[in-house]
Ligand binder design. Sequence first.
Ligand SMILES: Cc1ncc(C[n+]2csc(CCOP(=O)(O)OP(=O)(O)O)c2C)c(N)n1
Ligand SMILES: [Mg+2]
Length: 329
Amino acid sequence: MNTGAIKPSTLITLYTDMVRIRTIEEALAQKVTAGEIKCPVHLYSGQEAAAAGVCHALKKTDYVYGNHRSHGYYIAKGGDIPSFIAELYGKETGCSYGRGGSMHIIDLNVNVMGTSAMIAGTIPLAVGTALGIQLKNKKDVVVSFFGDSAAEEGTFYESLNFASIHSLPIIFVVENNLYAQHMHILERKSHDRIADIGTHFRIPFSIIDGNDVGIVYQAAMDAVHRVRAREGPAIIECLTYRLRGHVGAIDKVSGTSITDIRDIKEIEYWKKHDPISVFHKKYAKVCALDQTKIISIQNKIDTELNKAFDFAHTSPYPKSSTLTHYVYA
Ligand SMILES: Cc1ncc(C[n+]2csc(CCOP(=O)(O)OP(=O)(O)O)c2C)c(N)n1
Ligand SMILES: [Mg+2]
């Protein structure tokens, strides 16, 4: 993959998106620990390159579906940050009117169509949107993001099959962070890769370093190009790792003092290979990312985030008489 062809200005945008995600996620980790945010929160720290690299290859009008760990896609696709923060505080001004919380976020202005806690639940919905695009003869692309455990659900295979036989404009992006809650992938399957299933459905696939934003961006650009040209679906598997707990700031196993069941050496390896460190090592010189630029990017994000928290804090909760609004019966 020729990452050398990425323009320096694009690299700076990708870096800024990753730092924005990391800054937001780490601020949320503090608020969750302090008990200020009460909904279950699955933090995205460590996986920023997948969201930034894929979403930057899309147009605003392209569609994105996600799962329970979806803050990164919402942010990278350009979702409104103040209403995202307000959603986590359960406020009426939240992107899901405070009824959804962290796992059910949506921003139709940028076609983030929705995220859900139901593992693999949004994959067939994304396929449905892709079918709609094809029937209307439009040129949009759909991305379905999900984790490695979603490949253990039957609907994943049905979705691949349907997308393949109808040659639908969809990219399946699996973020393989090796774990489903506290269970390693090799305790669940005899093989620790997922995308090669594409062979059986005649869907082209790539398995890539999901912590290298340049590689993710190039893989996504290639896939988007083919999918938009109506050459059928694609699968991208991003190999990555979460730096925080499965849910919440740390991996606290309830009823025990265990804070993370993962091997400490494994965690240390991935901390050194996290998307922001990889970027500094591989791309900082190429795009002239010096200390002054780093500080100015960080300051801008901090200001934006402080405003978003102020907005969330000063927003009202939904009135109790309206709690069932926006809920289908
Ligand atoms: C259908 C279904 N089964 C089980 C669960 C419980 N559950 C919540 S998160 C999770 C594992 C998720 O792992 P993965 O898809 O790899 O995403 P990650 O959390 O690693 O990002 C499971 C099994 C669920 N939410 N939905
Ligand atoms: Mg996982």
